[in-house]
Design a protein around this ligand. Structure first.
Ligand code: FES
Length: 120
């Protein structure tokens, strides 16, 4: 996503993710914080952030799709509950990590401790 951060200071740990109206509701949007890939998901007017890489093998949820409150992995079709990251069925057994999200006006932020995200 090539959104530009709003002209506003961001608190430590919080990273601008996207403009709310640029996030589709059927496919997660990719947010990069350092080396970390995060999938930003929209459920109605609410936003959630999960790791973008499946816990089963290597696949990106930004290549999958959202149905109801779940995201489906594009590789083996495991589903995860977006608000909690919980693995909902085989072949994935390990839950996804979730991140705090907050919205200020049209800007959506995710919280990743800076030492986790690496430089950038
Ligand atoms: S890589 Fe996601 S279900 Fe296998």
């Amino acid at each position: 996503m090539d959104s530009h951060p709003p002209d506003k200071p961001v608190e430590a740990g919080w990273h601008f993710a996207a403009k709310a109206d640029e996030v589709e509701d059927d496919v997660p949007s990719l947010v990069k914080v350092g080396d970390r890939q995060i999938a930003l998901c929209r459920l109605g007017e609410d936003f959630y952030a999960i790791d973008n890489i499946c816990t089963h093998e290597y696949a990106c949820f930004t290549d999958g799709f959202i149905e109801g409150e779940e995201v489906e992995c594009p590789l083996h079709q495991a589903r995860f509950h977006i608000p909690t990251g919980k693995a909902m069925g085989a072949p994935a057994t390990e839950d996804l990590r979730t991140y705090d999200v907050r919205r200020e006006g049209e800007a959506v932020y995710v919280r990743v401790d800076d030492e986790e995200g690496g430089p950038g």
